[in-house]
Design a protein around this ligand. Structure first.
Ligand code: CA2
Length: 144
């Protein structure tokens, strides 16, 4: 089984700024931890990051031919992108939306997600653990 991991805009900045909100880990650290959990689960990962909405849409379409589902941190596109929601619905692969921070406890504009209503599940507020829990949940669902 192969799962797609997608990191949205600005997540390359992780570990360099705002560690009090997003934690101390860099994106490479998160990817290493995800790869370790994927090895334990006996699955393969395909990891992608982009700051560009159109690239994310193209990747979702292309990768959907290779993966059984997605773990996605859509970054700020969570709160703005109907196109990202349409792409994820359109490829008919279950996805889990993950966030490092507790988006429900921050600015009002972060409380709304275009993706949550169509996600298989949502994990937020646990730092890097949100990704690991999201991956575990997705794999359990795909194996059920
Ligand atoms: O909590 C999350 O994982 C977010 O998806 C992160 C996004 C934010 O727009 C969402 O509301 C919640 C921001 C990612 C940018 O990360 C940075 C990391 C360090 C310094 C600046 C931005």
């Amino acid at each position: 089984m192969r799962v797609g991991v997608i990191h949205g805009p600005n997540l390359r900045l992780l570990g360099r700024r705002e560690p009090e909100i997003y934690g101390p880990d860099s994106l490479d650290d998160i990817n290493r931890l995800l790869q370790g959990r994927a090895d334990e689960l006996g699955i393969e990962l395909e990891i992608f990051q982009s700051n560009h909405e159109g690239e994310l849409l193209d990747h979702i379409e292309d990768a959907s031919a290779r993966v059984a589902g997605f773990v996605i941190n859509p970054g700020a596109f969570t709160h703005t992108s109907i196109a990202l929601r349409d792409a994820l619905v359109g490829v008919e692969r279950p996805f889990v939306e993950v966030h490092l921070s507790n988006t429900a406890g921050r600015e009002r504009f972060r409380r709304h997600s275009y993706l949550s209503p169509v996600a298989a599940g949502v994990v937020y507020g646990f730092g890097v653990q949100s990704y690991l829990l999201g991956l575990q949940g997705l794999v359990a669902r795909l194996r059920a």
